[in-house]
Design a protein around this ligand. Structure first.
Ligand SMILES: [Zn+2]
Ligand SMILES: [Zn+2]
Length: 299
């Protein structure tokens, strides 16, 4: 039996929410969060976001007072900034102990954790050995926008496949890691939420009912009779065709198809299959994996 994270996303009982969980703001001139919190939230609202986290370096930002003013859902958080970094989202305070202590504490407080920019500066900034010892986090940043103007690569699907290939259930996240205005809306998470509340968003994330995008919309993701049918498109463009890449264990390409939609029939041997879509107009989309139930354990 396979688990399909998008099982319940084809009905009409929910809404797709646009979210970024990695944003620096309000820490003063010349710092990572150079712009005022109020200003940054307003930029995100204007860019169509529904959910945002201000995550400053080892500084917990309680931004609840801005929620009603900007009509946007705000999950409090911070970026744990001992190397390697993590975002601790919707917890209640900063933890300065070891990585695992910060993860455990955040979960204890009802939050969730992402491992950040795994290929910043050099490949495997988050080393395999460090990843192997971590427990309890929800996902990793498979795309971090700011890294593309820094050093290394913001793309970390190699690390994702490394973890998934060890049968660890880890979801992929897309983040701006916003520092300056030109970091806005580089990559985001689209979360299918039946209940537009903090708890609803967190429940959807735990189920993997979200995807990462740099400009594509997931129109359909159906898994029936061991067949994945998927279609994505850009909002307004005459470019209809995309390249759909079905990826399995160790990052192996199982199938590629070009067109408005694509499908792949699983043989039953696959431990997981995730889909990466590349539009002819340049945007990308990554789905969470369909995976074999019973084989995977939460990271
Ligand atoms: Zn960082
Ligand atoms: Zn950051």
């Amino acid at each position: 039996m396979y688990y399909n994270p998008y099982e319940n996303t084809n009905g009409n009982n929910g809404k797709w929410l646009k979210a970024n969980f990695h944003t620096h703001a309000g820490t003063g001139k010349g710092t990572c969060g150079a712009y005022e919190i109020d200003e940054v939230i307003s930029l995100y609202k204007e860019a169509g976001y529904d959910v945002l986290t201000i995550s400053n370096h080892d500084l917990f930002s309680d931004v609840q007072e801005y929620e009603s003013k900007h009509d946007i859902m705000l999950l409090n958080g911070y970026e744990y900034s001992q190397t390697p970094h993590m975002c601790c989202i919707d917890g209640k305070k900063v933890v300065t102990g070891k990585h695992q202590e910060a993860v455990d504490e955040c979960i204890e407080q009802g939050g969730f954790v992402t491992l950040n920019h795994p290929n910043w500066i050099h490949k495997e900034y988050w080393s395999h050995s460090k990843l192997d010892e971590m427990r309890g986090y929800t996902g990793i940043e498979i795309y971090n926008g700011v890294i593309f103007r820094l050093n290394g690569t913001g793309l970390a699907t190699d690390i994702w496949d490394y973890l998934l290939s060890q049968r660890k259930l880890v979801w992929g996240f897309g983040s701006d890691d916003f520092h300056r205005w030109y970091d806005l809306a580089r990559a985001w998470n689209m979360i299918y939420c039946s209940d537009k509340t903090h708890e609803g968003v967190k429940a959807a994330i735990q189920k993997g009912s979200f995807y990462v995008s740099t400009g594509l919309i997931l129109n359909k993701f159906v898994f029936e009779n061991n067949v994945i049918k998927v279609s994505a498109s850009a909002k307004e463009t005459y470019v209809k065709d995309n390249k759909y890449i079905f990826i399995g264990k160790d990052g192996a390409i199982l199938h590629e198809e070009f067109g408005e939609s694509a499908c792949y029939k699983l043989t039953g041997e696959e431990e997981y299959v995730r889909v990466q879509v590349v539009s002819q107009h340049g945007a990308m989309l990554w789905t969470q994996p369909v995976y074999k139930e019973g084989l995977f354990v939460k990271a």
